[in-house]
Design a protein around this ligand. Sequence first.
Ligand SMILES: [Zn+2]
Length: 50
Amino acid sequence: MLDTANYGAWENLCGRCRGALKEMGIAPPTAEQIAAAAAEPKPTKKEAAK
Ligand SMILES: [Zn+2]
């Protein structure tokens, strides 16, 4: 199973990618940001295509 997690603009990023972003100086989201993103209702593809 892949180790994926939210990393700012990226919703499902594996550990390797998170490490690469960290190396590039892109900070991971705070616990608060992760909680806010999880609480936010996500539009379905159909709704987004409006
Ligand atoms: Zn990856």
